[in-house]
Design a protein around this ligand. Structure first.
Ligand SMILES: [Zn+2]
Length: 287
């Protein structure tokens, strides 16, 4: 089994999303705290190479908190790229995408003092209909982990359609259910009961894909420290109802059932051992 973390600052990204002119401070202390929790979890639960995982980091973190990225890298984890800002690249021009990919990679390499060879698009949203954006990823990176699928046939067809020859696609397994693509990670892992997570991991293995869980720092236990407060929502110009809505949504991400994530992970890792970073396992992602 693989575990990867989309290492991003929920509070910062929320404020930037709703006010692009804004350049809010990072929640650096909260990010350090979450990283330490994740690392301690891995010390307890990851045996041998499974002690190390991949962190897909937004480059803005590396720009504003390079010590943190360097520290994660020095601990032996892989630093991979999660774009520059946590924005949706799907509809961006190919020039903007390629410039941003190269800039993000270079900032992350400077901070981590390692070569950055992996990429995951924010929200898994990269244009998967026409190949231009994927070909730009292929020009910058060795592997991509923005794709989810139900079978290896689906993956093979996708690679052909995109015309990819060099780029390795390390997919996250997903299962269609009631019109949704359920995955082993994020909100899905939080909300679904333990038996469902085991079921999904088993299904991934049956089709020959190593189960891969992805999480965010704010899902690792309760994370009120990342919340955008009511006063801050007011400053962003949110009206009463919009503010109420986003307070509720933030609770869904930062609080509700967050305490269960670590327990579920611990149970899953008793059955499926972690295999290490994606960088070190590019050729063993399929069972
Ligand atoms: Zn993300």
């Amino acid at each position: 089994m693989f575990l990867s973390i989309d290492f991003e600052d929920f509070n910062y990204d929320f404020k930037v999303k709703f006010s692009e002119a804004n350049d809010p401070p990072l929640k650096t202390d909260a990010l350090w705290k979450k990283y330490n929790l994740i690392n301690e979890f891995l010390c307890r639960n990851g045996k041998n190479n499974g002690r190390f995982i991949t962190f897909f980091c937004t480059a803005i973190l590396a720009e504003k908190a390079p010590d943190l990225i360097r520290h994660i890298s020095k601990d032996g984890h892989e630093i991979a790229c999660h774009y520059y800002q946590h924005d949706i690249m799907e509809n961006q021009s190919i020039t903007k995408v390629e410039t941003t990919l190269r800039r993000a990679k270079s900032i992350l390499e400077d901070a981590s003092q390692t070569e950055v060879i992996g990429f995951r698009a924010p929200y898994f949203k990269i244009n998967k209909i026409t190949p231009e954006q994927y070909l730009a990823v292929e020009r910058c990176f060795d592997y991509d982990s923005s794709y989810y699928c139900q079978s290896t046939e689906e993956l093979k067809k996708f690679k052909e359609n995109m015309g990819l020859t060099q780029l390795k696609i390390l997919p996250v397994f997903s299962k269609s259910f009631a019109g949704k693509n359920l995955r082993l990670g994020g909100t899905f892992l939080k909300l679904f009961p333990q038996f469902y997570c085991l079921f999904l991991a088993q299904k991934a293995r049956e089709v020959g894909i190593t189960p891969h869980i992805y999480l965010h720092p704010y899902e690792f236990g309760v994370s009120e420290e990342f919340r955008v407060s009511r006063e801050e929502l007011n400053k962003l110009g949110f009206g009463h109802f919009k503010s109420l809505y986003w307070q509720y949504r933030q609770s869904q991400w930062l609080t509700v059932r967050n305490a269960s994530t670590v327990t579920k992970l611990e149970k899953l890792l008793k059955i499926y051992q972690l295999r290490g970073t994606l960088r070190d396992n590019m050729d063993h992602i399929f069972i």
